[in-house]
Ligand binder design. Structure first.
Ligand code: ATP
Length: 321
């Protein structure tokens, strides 16, 4: 049985339906990632699980219990902690005070133990124990936000964009620590726009588009998926190159250009014979049709398997899984 099971949840912000039926699972001790572009619904998924923006439909089960309607403050006590996007540290409070807030449901020796654990994971927080959070760098505040979530000793840690706005060297440090947190047995649900980091850290992932899961697979398969590569990894994949130089595609594109030039030649001859315009008009028309054709080829969403193999270089939209 999965530690977390989200089944077909729908979540709204007033009239906007941000989640249109999301399902996912996270097993105990597993790292799972949600990737997707801006506005896909990644943060809303985490907010729904943590009770901050409750789902209006569907169910969320954690450790065998239905938590769909459990309020946010109780969710922490059940073992789910969220490190939110943008960190949200309290700037006028010290590092220690921010961490104490994360442990507000714990007492005595347990809190001291958690401080030791978090300071061991993030030595810089120990050094800056008395420093006001607002004076820390972005990367240090990110560590503080993760540390604060860990103070609740969660079974599931949800991280929303831990690499956002942080220098690559610090991001590596943070991901190293995420690896250490995972090694200590905590399950992690990781939201990232940087799919490279996310797929390295996670064993499985879900791709979200406009409030739906459009792809779910293990990280290696997602990494090899040409559309994930095009949209989220920024690599020029072999499949993509093959698609561009595909014989059928080239044939179709050449046919289009021939057709465009034939039309413009016919138009030029008609315009010069009947209307007395010079040849430049025909040439301009031909040029315009060629540019239009090239734009269509580049930007028309790809349609693999289409009879004529006329396809652009952009990935086609996926159907929800
Ligand atoms: P990003 O990577 O940019 O954070 P995301 O995948 O996390 O994007 P969400 O923040 O979950 O996306 O947003 C999903 C949708 O819900 C978007 O269309 C967004 O505009 C909308 N939305 C999010 N928060 C609110 C809000 N407080 N009020 C109204 N609409 C919201």
């Amino acid at each position: 049985m999965a530690l977390l099971e989200v089944r077909d949840i729908r979540t709204r912000y007033g009239a906007i339906e941000a989640l249109k039926g999301i399902s996912l699972t996270v097993d105990a001790g597993e790292v799972v990632t949600l990737i997707g572009s801006n506005g896909a619904g990644k943060s809303t998924t985490l907010r729904s699980i943590s009770g901050l923006t409750p789902a209006s439909q569907g169910t969320i089960t954690f450790a065998g219990e239905d938590i769909t309607r459990v309020p946010a403050h109780e969710i922490v006590g059940r073992g789910i902690a969220l490190s939110p996007e943008g960190r949200h540290c309290f700037p006028r409070m010290t590092v220690r005070e921010n961490l104490e807030l994360g442990a507000h449901q714990r007492h005595g020796a347990a809190v001291a133990e958690e401080f030791d654990r978090v300071y061991e994971l993030f030595p810089v927080l120990k050094e800056r124990d008395r420093q006001k959070a607002g004076t820390m760098s972005g990367g240090e505040q990110q560590m503080l936000a993760i540390g604060r979530a860990l103070m609740a000793r969660p079974k599931l840690l949800m991280l929303d964009e831990p690499s956002l706005g942080i220098a690559p060297i610090l991001v590596q440090r943070i991901y190293q620590t995420i690896g250490e947190i995972h090694a200590s047995g905590v399950a992690i649900l990781l939201v990232e726009q940087n799919a490279n980091y996310a797929l390295d850290a996670a064993s499985r992932g879900y791709v979200l588009e406009t409030g739906r899961v459009v792809l779910a697979n293990d990280s290696a398969s997602l990494r090899n998926d040409p559309e994930v590569q095009n949209a989220y990894l920024g690599t020029l994949s072999i499949v993509r190159i093959r698609r561009v130089i595909d014989i059928g595609t080239i044939g179709a594109k050449a046919l289009y250009l021939l057709f465009a030039w034939l039309i413009s030649a016919a138009a030029a001859s008609w315009l010069s014979e009947r209307k007395g315009y010079g040849e430049r008009v025909g040439l301009t028309l031909g040029l315009l049709l060629t540019v239009l054709g090239l734009l269509i080829m580049v930007f028309l969403p790809g349609r693999p398997g289409s009879k004529w193999k006329v396809q652009g270089w952009l990935p086609r939209r996926r159907r929800p899984v």
